[in-house]
Ligand binder design. Structure first.
Ligand code: MET
Length: 351
């Protein structure tokens, strides 16, 4: 093992703050180093987050999108996609089903469906919160600050808005017409409004290096995010990046493990994209620092149309099956299903 690798890992185990260079050294681990990195991340996860894995049921309620991100199949330029919006009744029904199955968090996600009425989403949030004993995460992209405020007042607990990449140039290339600073400004608003904030990034984007990935982690540490979704870039043929190579499982797991060392108290999901590139991806991620799984609670008839990337796992699974599979993954990793809301640790300390 490289001396600088061993030193960085030791410093991480002693809870010292790693520099971007040190994180890059960890992320560039070879096979032998990877094993040590994964063990250290697993130990850190056990120490700070315990053995519980939180299951957050995700409802993908609209695939309508006004953005044209180069990596995403929901981009408005993808005319091959059949667009849908679930009705309020359908969303409430899916949320009830998720809660009955055992989810203590409901994630409501959509494309950049900017004409989706903010008031309607506020009503949905309020009704779910009054009827069900769950936390709510919203992930509906870039909206005016007033909308975020309205939804927070309606009872939304958390907001997920991935920064996607910390490389500002790459960000604007991949997300035409948008800049990283504005995305970060939105994350700051969400924080001010009292949301538990989630960010995250893709691994293996064209033009990205291990230094970029180390920068993603440093950025999330600076923002003190409560959740960090780290998953591989999966090329989609219906997008301009269709013929680019995707992110590998190895690089994704190394980035995840390094994130666990730098963000010991942050919720880290074993992402669906990781499951897409490797059948055992999520179980492996649970052993490299992850402590959250997001079973899909979207009705089957809409599943295939929420095609951010191809080959998405679980397209044929009913919500019941998605939940049961998640439970099996938790058990096969030797862990237990979380019984609480899985709020951020800082949020719990404040109470
Ligand atoms: N559109 C939202 C965002 O960019 C949700 C994820 S993209 C399907 O944050």
């Amino acid at each position: 093992m490289r001396t600088d690798f061993v030193r960085a890992l030791e410093r991480a185990a002693n809870l010292e703050e790693l520099s971007r260079d040190e994180l890059a050294v960890l992320i560039s681990a070879d096979e032998e180093e990877s094993a040590a990195l994964f063990d250290c991340a697993d130990m850190m996860r056990s120490r700070f987050m315990g053995d519980e894995v939180h299951l957050r049921g995700i409802i993908e309620f609209s695939n309508i999108c006004s953005s044209n991100c180069y990596y995403c199949g929901l981009r408005k330029g993808n005319t091959a996609l059949k667009r849908y919006r679930m009705s309020k009744a359908e969303i409430l029904e899916s949320a009830r089903k998720a809660a009955v199955l055992g989810c203590r968090t409901i994630v409501l996600q959509s494309g950049e469906d900017r004409s989706y009425p903010a008031g309607l989403l506020a009503e949905i949030v309020a009704e779910i919160k009054s009827e069900l004993d769950v936390a709510i995460t919203l992930s509906v992209g870039e909206r005016p600050r007033e909308d975020y405020a309205l939804w927070r007042e309606a009872g939304a607990d958390r907001y997920l808005l991935k920064h996607e990449t910390c490389d500002g140039k790459l960000f604007s290339e991949l997300r035409p017409g948008t800049v990283l600073e504005e995305r970060l400004q939105r994350l700051a608003w969400l924080r001010e409004l009292g949301y538990q904030v989630g960010s995250g990034n893709m691994v293996g984007l064209p033009g990205q290096t291990v230094e970029t990935l180390a920068g993603d982690i440093v950025l999330m540490r600076e923002m003190e995010v409560e959740m960090a979704g780290i998953g591989p870039f999966v090329p989609n043929r219906q997008t301009p990046l269709g013929s680019c190579p995707g992110g590998t499982l190895e690089l994704t797991l190394k980035t995840l493990a390094a994130a666990r060392l730098a963000l010991p108290r942050t919720h880290l999901p074993a992402t669906t994209a990781t499951a897409t590139i490797d059948a055992l991806g999520r179980v492996k991620a649970l052993r490299c620092g992850a402590n959250v799984i997001m079973p899909n609670m979207t009705p089957l008839k809409y599943r295939a149309s929420y095609s951010i990337y191809p080959g998405k796992t679980g397209l044929e699974d009913t919500p019941e099956e998605s939940y049961a599979k998640a439970v099996r993954m938790v058990e096969s990793a030797g862990r237990k299903v979380g019984t609480g809301y899985g709020h951020s640790l800082r949020h719990l300390e404040k109470k």
